[in-house]
Design a protein around this ligand. Structure first.
Ligand code: ZN
Length: 151
């Protein structure tokens, strides 16, 4: 029988192997490079933002399955959202993977809730948050993000 943990693991493996949003949007107008020195993950996030809305987003890079899956599910989650919705979601995701909110309180996060288990593996938290750090950096006009200064 499949339990929730297995389903979540399958979702992460699936997105890690076949990432969605693995391309750059046409006419992107924000971008940033992200680096997670702990694991060696590197990615670039590009966004096309119009009237405060993320109309298209994609990424490319190389990293472990968790960083790739996190970037993949992120591109799905933020597409069509406003800048403030995206920033709020980034904070919620970070709280989830660092164990600050219980997975039972994270149902609104949809597929992103699959990453709750990462909180049990402190070394992997930065893998999961890299794409989100990079996305926020791009939206805020920074050209780069690193997990180095992350708690
Ligand atoms: Zn990694």
């Amino acid at each position: 029988m499949l339990d929730a943990a297995t389903l979540y693991q399958d979702l992460i493996l699936d997105h890690g192997r076949r990432p969605r949003g693995y391309r750059f949007p046409e006419h992107a107008n924000c971008e940033a490079d992200g680096h997670n020195p702990v694991c060696g993950d590197r990615l670039t996030v590009k966004i096309r933002e119009e009237d405060d809305v993320v109309v298209d987003v994609g990424f490319q890079g190389s990293g472990c399955a968790i960083s790739t899956a996190a970037a993949s599910t992120m591109t799905e989650a933020v597409s069509g959202k406003t800048r403030s919705e995206v920033l709020a979601l980034a904070q919620r995701f970070r709280a989830l993977v660092t164990g600050q909110i219980d997975p039972s309180e994270a149902r609104d996060l949809g597929k992103l809730a699959a990453f709750a288990g990462v909180s049990k593996f402190p070394m992997r938290v930065k893998c999961a948050t890299l794409a989100w750090h990079t996305l926020v950096a791009a939206l805020e006009g920074d050209t780069g993000a690193t997990t180095e200064t992350d708690e």
